[in-house]
Ligand binder design. Sequence first.
Ligand code: PEP
Ligand code: MG
Length: 590
Amino acid sequence: MTRQLTGRGAAPGVALAPAFVLETDAAGSPPPETRSNSAEDELARLHQALRTAESQLRELAETVAETVGEADAEIFEAHAEFAADPELASIAGEAIREGASAERAAIDAFDQFRELLLASSSEYLSARAEDLVDVRDRVVAILQGREVVVAAPEQRSIIVARELTPSQTAGLPRPLIAALVTETGSPTSHAAILARSLGIPAVVACEGLLDAVASAGDGDVDLAVDGRRGEVVVAPDDDVRATIEQRLAEEEQRRAELEALRDREGRTADGHRVELAANIGSPEDLPAAVEAGAEGSGLVRTEFLFQDRRTAPTVDDQVGFYLEVLRAFPGQRVVFRTMDVGADKPLPFVDRDPEDNPALGLRGIRLHLARPELLRDQLRALLRAGATAAQEDAGRLAIMFPLVATSAELEAAREHLAAVATEDGVDAGQFEVGVMVEVPSAALGAARLARQADFLSIGTNDLLQYLFAVDRLHGGVADLADPLEPDALALMASVIEAGHANGAWVGVCGEAASDPTIAAALVGLGVDELSMTRVAIPEVKDTLARLERGVCERAVRAALDEGHDGATVRAVLDRELDRELDRELDLGSN
Ligand code: PEP
Ligand code: MG
């Protein structure tokens, strides 16, 4: 019998396929409570198991880096760090000395860490608690001599499970997975993040799922899934099947249409130019960004070069990476943001005091100015790479400073740049210098900053965080930080206007740029460049190509006049823009 269930949409797309219920054998046989060996032997077993788990997870991270992407691989690097955590090993070691078995000691130590995360009201941190379960189960499986393998379907299926851990998700054979549906879980869990990166539709928190599938019959049960709306239909009838099949055909056609846009420049229907660039987080992102038709990069997050290292990278190491990025985008602008690290992304080679509020602490340009030798090395490397790239006709280097709050900071950073250029005999004037506008004081002072810079780039992720006092890592309050709140949109409008009035071009490089409706609104406000996650580029390119600049201008004016919150601003934008577009604006976008 057909049953319709509703969960939370976690990754977009539709699917129709048989259900494959994943039996997760996380527990294995019940572990012994007390040790039968000496404490030394049991401790040795524990440490061996933790080391094995760590190396398995680092290997998994390498595989995921190659098959999915570097950003997703970090999930497993973080898991490996859990397994290597000395504090955890010491808590478990204490329990063993008091008589516990290695299995019991490991379970209790992981659970103790997990309780702390679960106690947080943050959906994000609670989701990290599930990651700990993944590592805990791996360690116990190793202690019990079991393989950590995931049963795989033999035909293309929709995976049904109570909960999926990130390593189970990464271990599933991608070509056989039509969609993922779980009874529990959250859209911010790492399993959901992986599903989005893999392009697999997913629904989480789908209550009643396992019972509905079990009671639908003994043999194969088909499911229909809509990962955007969070809908799951068990044993769909002919009408539902026909709808899903039609949507699958539409999605296929849409993919082909978008692919055809790859080599086209970003322009509105009447030819107004808007550069559509990709945000780059590591060298692994480059081929996919080029493939997606990115016109250079409006944000290279250089901090990845500095993290997870015991010593600072040398100038030569840095030049090598910067050149690799510049060579990927011949003739196009590549904006390197100087490393944006802070206490929440600590640098092991920089001594610093702990901070109660790291988001408000010594991060971004503040850290540069506190440790100018690091900044100078980075600027030296950037200038050398930029000069070599200019000779080779590779990409055009631009430098951007993060978290600028006052013009004095920008002035001080520019002085370092000028000094390094003089020392190296490089003409720094050939390279554009810009400022990230991600602190409200920088947005309000945009006119002054624009006079000191070639460009401004609005970082909506942090700007919204500081504007609405909403921790960007806190899922529970995230809805408050809507870029379409009238005051946020009006603030961005004022930055664009101030930039232009003072001779600077203005881009947007936060997540907001990847939403086609918001992108059209920003074009209506006069933005010159949009830099986004590469998966969003084709959709945004297509949307702009169908809209005249005047339509975008009228739509955003109407939205600012009539809208009184994020939802009404979006409704007015969609109403004004939909008239011009012969499709739903959000179809298939991320
Ligand atoms: C931003 O803050 O909007 C931004 C693009 O930078 P990041 O997300 O790296 O802080
Ligand atoms: Mg930022």
